[in-house]
Design a binder for this molecule. Structure first.
Ligand SMILES: NC(=O)c1ccc[n+]([C@@H]2O[C@H](COP(=O)([O-])OP(=O)(O)OC[C@H]3O[C@@H](n4cnc5c(N)ncnc54)[C@H](OP(=O)(O)O)[C@@H]3O)[C@@H](O)[C@H]2O)c1
Length: 227
């Protein structure tokens, strides 16, 4: 987004990684990058209200199969994945509509196309996010706003490491073996780079994507088996 010429506001709960990320992005791109500490499961940073582009992206829920996620786990996942993003959308979309331009991108997961048994909360709630994005896209399309989802496959981030570490511990085998097995399911033969997700988000936020609305774009090196 910064490379595409946007000023960027980064949100997260921890000050230190936020500051480091902001400094690195500003140095690489020359963009104005500010940070706001917020728990997006519970808060709505005021900076979001004046944004022309809203990228809804925070962590995912911990691994767990469909009957092992307990009530608290479902509640936490619901707050993070659905309630928090919808709160931000509520605060932001009417102002975008008044200005006649807006871009909203929900970062979800390829689990919406290919369920992942050990990421049950993500699989279930991302389906709900996809529906919410579709409803928003139709409601605001005539006011210059698009709402889309980007669904990443395996991407080399802290979360991928955490998910694979949990899987390795459960199976009692080394991390490297689990990593190789995961990568072997990707036709591209590797995990994605975070910037490969960012480039697609930047495209959806650009004028070039003005007629792309209410869709889900998988970014997964070809792993999802359905078209
Ligand atoms: N990596 C993958 O392979 C993969 C695959 C499919 C889907 N996804 C999805 O893509 C999204 C991004 O994943 P990622 O791999 O970049 O995750 P990540 O490595 O866990 O990073 C998550 C980021 O979100 C922030 N965050 C987490 N909870 C937050 C909260 N409650 N409020 C504000 N910020 C919060 C974290 O900072 P703080 O901890 O400081 O708040 C961190 O900067 C997630 O929704 C994930 O489920 C990832």
């Amino acid at each position: 987004m910064a490379r595409a010429g946007h000023d960027v506001v980064l949100a997260g709960r921890r000050a230190e990684p936020l500051g480091k990320a902001a400094a690195a992005i500003a140095e690489r791109t020359g963009a104005a990058v500010t940070t706001v500490r917020a728990d997006l499961a519970a808060d709505c940073p005021p900076a979001a209200v004046s944004a022309d582009v809203l990228v809804l992206n925070a962590g995912g829920p911990p691994p767990g199969r469909i009957l092992t996620v307990d009530d608290d786990g479902w509640q936490r996942a619901f707050d993070l994945l659905l309630r928090g993003p919808l709160r931000l959308a509520r605060a932001t979309l009417p102002a975008m509509a008044a200005r006649g331009f807006g871009r909203v991108v929900f970062v979800t997961s390829t689990a919406v196309r290919q369920p992942q048994p050990d990421l049950a909360a993500s699989t279930v709630l991302r389906a709900a996010v996809t529906s919410a994005a579709k409803l928003l896209s139709r409601e605001y399309a005539d006011r210059g706003i698009t709402v889309n989802c980007v669904a990443p496959g395996p991407t080399a981030t802290g979360r991928r490491r955490d998910v694979l570490t949990a899987r390795a511990e459960r199976a009692g085998i080394p991390y490297e073996e689990i990593d190789a097995a995961d990568v072997s399911t990707v036709p591209a033969g590797r995990a994605g780079r975070p910037e490969e997700i960012g480039e697609v988000i930047a495209f959806l936020a650009s004028a070039a994507a003005s007629y792309v609305n209410g869709t889900v774009l998988t970014v997964d090196g070809g792993r999802t088996e359905t078209p």
